[in-house]
Design a protein around this ligand. Structure first.
Ligand SMILES: [Zn+2]
Ligand SMILES: [Zn+2]
Length: 346
């Protein structure tokens, strides 16, 4: 089969590889019908993820049809259309028992496209299929379900849920890339009084308005603090979701929150960030970090099925598998191409 293979820093190519085979009775083999590229794939390509070694098939998000299952698999079977979760879960370890799949101790966690061959391929082996693959409701389209493999759960679980958005809250989202937009879209489910989007690129703030931001601030031009104070009775934001992943955006998040604020960091940080605990000592702030568990997938699928979420607007580009290398280029130059999510189909 053809698959996108990592051949070392800066080198990835559509390559002929052997079809995946089941190695465990809890595995399923899925024929991939839609897959996508994640910001993490670009970090792998930059050589920043040392656990990914040359020869690895990339990709951790997919929708497809089950073609075979191991003898222990109970919940999905051949012919089922499934969402493949970016996070695999053994289902029985201490963390999986409390749905913290990202921390799985039993061989799951983020393994697809990292330590196992991934989903940017015609077929993928899905470990622990009972907990890592989700049967799709009939009315849900492949590409909208694909946004639930990782992106919507990341913005929702690590941002909105961990920060605890309540009705009436003033919510600031720093960073209007795909994860920030997913956080805005799912924060709306809780009826905040205002969502303020902060980004340094005007083009991204245009997208933020379409995803539920009431107010946008370009922080390359203006300090967002006065705007946030103004819409929060002078106090500051109840919730700040930091989805940009830079040291200065964490510092900005701390400046934007009111005393008692909940601040959730969802951004992929590559460098240390300073916490000014001398200044923040008495401000009673809760700061959370995390990795998506994808434990919200069943709930998000129900919201998709009932039409209360429309993640299709996250998709800016569509390509055939044969155009995979070009799709990486388009996704990597998102500042010029405006790419949010690119979808690849056979
Ligand atoms: Zn990812
Ligand atoms: Zn586990």
């Amino acid at each position: 089969m053809r698959a996108m293979v990592y051949h070392g820093p800066g080198q990835t190519a559509l390559t002929d590889v052997r079809d995946p085979e089941m190695t465990d009775e809890a595995d399923a083999i899925v024929r991939v019908e839609a897959t996508t590229i994640c910001g993490t794939d670009l970090r792998i390509l930059a050589g920043e993820v040392s656990s990914v070694t040359p020869g690895r098939v990339l990709g951790h998000e997919a929708v497809g049809t089950v073609v075979d299952v191991g003898s222990a698999v109970r919940t999905v079977g051949p012919g089922d259309r499934v969402l493949v979760s970016a996070v695999s879960a053994c289902g029985s370890c201490r963390y999986c028992r409390v749905a913290r799949y990202g921390q799985c101790l039993g061989g799951g966690g983020w393994v697809l496209g990292r330590t196992f061959d991934g989903a940017q391929a015609e077929y993928v082996r899905v470990p622990f299929a009972d907990t890592s693959a989700h049967r799709l409701p009939g009315g849900v389209a492949d590409e909208e379900a694909l946004m639930l493999s990782e992106l919507l759960p990341a913005g929702y679980e690590v941002g909105v849920v961990r920060a605890g958005v309540w009705p009436g809250d003033v919510v600031v989202v720093i960073g209007s890339g795909p994860v920030g937009l997913a956080a805005m879209m799912t924060a709306r489910l809780f009826s905040p009084s205002r969502i303020v989007a902060v980004d340094h690129a005007s083009s991204r703030l245009g997208a933020a308005r379409e995803f539920g931001a009431d107010i946008t601030v370009n922080n390359a031009v203006a300090d967002p603090v006065p705007t946030v104070r103004q819409v929060s009775g002078g106090l500051g934001a109840d919730v700040v979701i930091e989805a940009a992943g830079r040291p200065e955006t964490i510092e900005l998040a701390l400046r934007l929150g009111r005393p008692g604020a909940r601040i959730a960091s969802v951004g992929l940080h590559g460098k240390p960030a300073a916490l000014h605990l001398d200044e923040q000592l008495t401000s009673d702030i809760t700061l959370t970090t995390g990795l998506a568990d994808t434990s919200s997938v069943p709930a998000l699928l129900r919201l998709l099925d009932s039409g209360q979420l429309d993640p299709r607007k996250l998709i800016t580009h569509r390509f055939a598998f044969a155009e995979f290398e070009h799709a990486y280029d388009v996704f990597a130059s998102s500042a010029d191409t405006g790419a949010l999510k690119v979808v690849l189909t056979p």
